[in-house]
Every structure is written in structure tokens, then in C-alpha cells.
Design a protein around this ligand. Structure first.
Ligand SMILES: Nc1ncnc2c1ncn2[C@@H]1O[C@H](COP(=O)(O)OP(=O)(O)OP(=O)(O)O)[C@@H](O)[C@H]1O
Length: 461
């Protein structure tokens, strides 16, 4: 009892004078838990409510368990809320395994009971052996972060918390307690099956660990609590630092600055990636593992300026020079080809426009790459604006020979995903005249050479 008190107080599992809902299956763990709480009920002025779900898996047998819980509660003057749910039908309807379906039904019922009694504490009978099994199973499966801390003593649930006051005890302690107190719990036969992963850990791994150290459950519990504290602290640090790294954050895409990201210590980099994935996925797909995070860290650390990775569920991670984009958006190749009439305005799919006008003037300055001048007398029409084609080359102003458009994109560090929609202005002879915003060809008219110009402007919409 002393240990039970201390744990509840130390971790502030619940307050005095509060209402505690106890999930009671009728098995030894939850029955012992309810019994222990009954013992402190008066001293702490608690209102206890037992909540039981009959999953209707085993017909009369499971109904008997419900009647047993109801009887036990009556005998100890505890309010009991019991519900029979056809979990098999629910599982079929929602295409779920019976384990997942029973959990969903049970937790929905717990929420109803918490609301009905305006309670913020749901006590469950998980114990120290459950903790060891959970941590080991998650390690073997490749979980990361907080998940490795296993079962939490107190975690947010609905409008309050789920609390597990038995995590400091072993199954053996609980069975002894039930025997000493003559509690006569019911035993679920499915706990004996070795088909479930958990049961295999219970049967084959736990005996070995307990032989090595009979108090191994305390070591695991200590590991769980300290890991959770470390992890919570690192998460706060990661969030702070990631704010300086993020360049764009939308529901379907996140972009980061690679140099700033790489300046973070590796533990924050890993958690930063995890944070982005949690944000974008909502529910992380089970097929996503630490391998995905490690391969991204490798990609970001390499000198090569570009590269991409395909993550589960259609998420693409694209490294391009200074930036790394995580996106669900499909960048279908948006090819286009427009006739550029004189005069006209063309709205481009990349969020820019090109205006074309005829201006009578003997002196027009065209500075920078945002505008381009043509001599209407020598111009070979029609002018067109199109997307890139394989083998495109341009005769650059001030340079001999022709340069590949692809190399210009690379030299100018144009992000991969922008290259497919970048406009190229071409004349009727197939000469590339201008890469708006980037480079001009030798075909631009000299300022002051004629008295009339075709003037092109490239502007953001
Ligand atoms: N049918 C149920 N109705 C109410 N609470 C339940 C039910 N099944 C499980 N719980 C709650 O969830 C806890 C964990 O359940 P789980 O089935 O993992 O453990 P268990 O070892 O079978 O526990 P127990 O010995 O109490 O049956 C239980 O201790 C109990 O508090």
C-alpha cells in the first residue's frame, strides 16, 4: 500500500476528492487495481466508477465475466458501467483486426463514461511486465523517440488522462495480491496463446530477464521515465531550432534550408525530420522506418546539389541546392507552347506573365534579364513561348558558340521542380531568343539602333 500511495503522489496521478474511472476486465490486473483503489477511497475521498466492456467474443463465458465484475462492484459498493458490444460485427464493418476493433470500441466506451461522470482520470491495470514487453517489442520493431519509452504512467486522453498505477509491480506481485485478498479473478484464455507477438515475448524473453535480475521491471520503468524526460526536452529544443530552418510550411508541403538544417546537432536533425513527417502525414504509415530518415540524412550530407527520395504514401523529398522540399504535390510535367502575338499578354503556368508590346522610340533601355528588345524589321515570326525540350541550346550574348539550356539551369541554381515549367522564347527560325529572368541571346536588338522595338517583359503575377 505504501508503494502504491507514493507512486500516485510522486507522479500526481490523480488528486484527492476526485472521480476515478477504472477499466475493469475482470482479470487479475484490473481487479487488483480496483481493490487497491477501494482501500484508499475513504482516506482520499475518491469516487470510483468501474467500466467494463463485454466484447462478446466468447459468448456465455464473456457474459459471465461481465456478471462477475457487476457482482464484485455491488459487493464493494462501487458504481459499475458495463456494456456489451458486438466487436466482431464492428471489425467486419470497418475492416479491422479483432484486436484493433476491441481497443477502439473499449476506448470509445471509456470516453462516454468519463463524460458521464465528468471525470478526468481513467485508471488501467497495465503493470511492470507489460512495460518490459512493450519496450522490447518496440525496440525490435524499430520504433523511435517517445515510443521507445513504452507505456506512460500518465498520458493525455480525451478531456483528462489515462493513468497506470500498477507499473511498479510485476504480474507475480499482482497474482500474490489477488491470492492474499481472495479476489478470484477471471482468466482470459487468449492470454495463453503464443500466436500474438506479445505473448511470445512474455513466454520466451521475460523469464530470462527476470532470472538475470528479479527487479528488472524497475530498471525498465526507470529507463521509461528518464527516456521520456530526455525526449520531451529534446522535442522542445528541436521545435525551437526548426523554426529557424523552415522556409515554407503548408499542409501538403514543407521546405527547409539545408545549410541551416545541417548546422543543427544530429539528434535535433533526426527529430526535426520526424517532426516534419508527423506534420505532413498526420498518421505516420507503418511502412516508414528509421531507414527513411537515415537515407535522407545521407542525401543532405552529400556534396551533390540535387537528388530525391520517394517515401510511402506518395510523399517526395527533393533536394535542390540550398533547399529541401517535402511534398505530396505531384509535379506533373506542365508542358506548354503559346504564340506570342504583338501586342499581347501571356499568363504562364509558373505564376509569371510575359507582356509583349510595340513601342515607337529610338532609345529604350533593356537592363537585366527581366526584359528583352527585338527589332520588328528583322524579326522572324511567329514568336513562341514554350517549355524546355531535350537538346535546347542558346547563343548567349557576349559569348562564342552555343550553350546548353540544361547547363544554364544548373549554373543558375534553378530548382529541379521549376525547370520543367520555365519559359523559353523562340523565333520562327527556331532560335532561342531569351530565357526570361535568366539569360539573353545575341538576337537582342541594340538600344538606339532602330526607332521602333518589340519589348518583352517578364513579371511575377
Ligand atoms: N474488457 C475490458 N473492460 C474494461 N477494461 C478493460 C477491458 N480489457 C482491458 N481493460 C483494461 O485495460 C487494461 C489492459 O488490458 P490488457 O487486456 O492489455 O491487460 P490484461 O493483462 O488482460 O489485464 P487484466 O488482467 O486486467 O484483464 C486492463 O488491466 C484493464 O484496466
Amino acid at each position: 500500500m505504501e508503494k502504491f500511495y507514493t507512486l500516485i503522489q510522486k507522479h500526481q496521478l490523480f488528486e484527492k476528492d476526485s472521480t476515478v474511472i477504472v477499466g475493469v476486465s475482470g482479470g487479475p490486473d484490473s481487479l487488483a487495481l480496483l481493490h487497491l483503489l477501494v482501500k484508499i477511497k475513504e482516506k482520499w475521498n475518491l469516487k470510483l466508477v468501474a467500466a467494463h466492456v463485454d466484447h462478446m467474443f466468447r459468448g456465455v463465458q464473456s457474459e459471465e465475466e461481465m456478471l462477475f465484475v457487476l457482482d464484485f462492484c455491488r459487493e464493494h459498493q462501487i458504481t459499475c458501467e458495463a456494456k456489451q458490444i458486438d466487436v466482431t460485427a464492428y471489425a467486419t464493418k470497418h475492416n479491422l483486426s479483432s484486436q484493433v476493433a476491441s481497443r477502439e470500441c473499449r476506448y470509445d466506451f471509456f470516453k462516454e463514461v468519463l463524460d458521464k461522470y465528468e471525470s478526468s482520470s481513467l485508471a488501467l491495470g497495465h503493470h511492470g511486465d507489460d512495460q518490459i514487453e512493450t519496450i522490447l517489442m518496440r525496440m525490435v520493431r524499430g520504433s523511435t523517440g517517445k515510443a521507445l519509452a513504452g507505456i506512460q504512467l500518465k498520458r493525455k486522453f480525451h478531456n483528462g488522462y489515462i493513468i497506470r498505477p500498477l507499473l511498479g509491480y510485476t504480474k507475480e506481485h499482482i497474482l500474490t495480491y489477488c491470492r492474499d485478498q481472495q479476489l478470484m479473478p477471471r482468466f482470459d484464455p487468449s492470454n495463453e496463446k503464443t500466436v500474438y507477438t506479445r505473448n511470445r515475448f512474455r513466454k520466451y524473453v521475460l523469464p530470462f530477464l527476470k532470472k538475470e535480475n528479479p527487479l528488472v521491471h524497475e530498471r525498465f520503468q526507470y529507463f521509461s521515465e528518464t527516456l521520456l524526460e530526455d525526449e520531451t526536452y529534446l522535442q522542445v529544443l528541436t521545435k525551437e531550432h526548426m523554426n529557424t530552418v523552415l522556409k515554407r510550411k503548408e499542409t501538403s508541403a514543407v521546405e527547409i534550408d539545408i545549410d541551416r538544417f545541417k548546422s543543427l546537432p544530429l539528434p535535433l536533425q533526426r527529430r526535426g525530420i520526424q517532426l516534419i513527417l508527423n506534420y505532413l502525414y498526420g498518421n505516420i504509415p507503418t511502412s516508414l522506418s528509421s531507414i527513411h530518415i537515415e537515407s535522407l540524412l545521407t542525401l543532405l550530407s552529400q556534396d551533390h546539389p540535387s537528388g530525391s527520395l520517394n517515401y510511402p504514401g506518395g510523399l517526395k523529398v527533393i533536394k535542390s541546392y540550398q533547399n529541401c522540399l517535402f511534398t505530396f504535390e505531384q509535379d506533373e510535367v506542365k508542358e506548354y507552347c503559346f504564340d506570342l502575338e504583338i501586342p499581347s499578354v501571356i499568363i504562364l503556368p509558373n505564376g509569371y506573365k510575359i507582356t509583349c508590346e510595340l513601342i515607337k522610340n529610338d532609345s529604350i533601355e533593356s537592363i537585366g534579364n527581366k526584359s528583352f528588345l527585338l527589332n520588328p524589321k528583322t524579326l522572324v515570326g511567329p514568336l513562341i513561348v514554350r517549355t524546355r525540350e531535350q537538346g535546347d541550346k542558346i547563343k548567349l550574348k557576349g559569348m562564342n558558340g552555343r550553350k546548353k539550356v540544361k547547363d544554364i539551369f544548373i549554373d543558375e541554381k534553378v530548382p529541379l521542380q521549376s525547370r520543367y515549367s520555365w519559359p523559353i522564347v523562340e523565333d520562327g527560325d527556331g532560335n532561342i531568343l531569351w530565357l526570361p529572368g535568366l539569360k539573353k541571346s545575341i538576337f537582342e536588338a541594340e538600344n538606339g539602333s532602330v526607332d521602333e522595338y518589340v519589348v518583352l517583359h517578364y513579371k511575377e503575377l
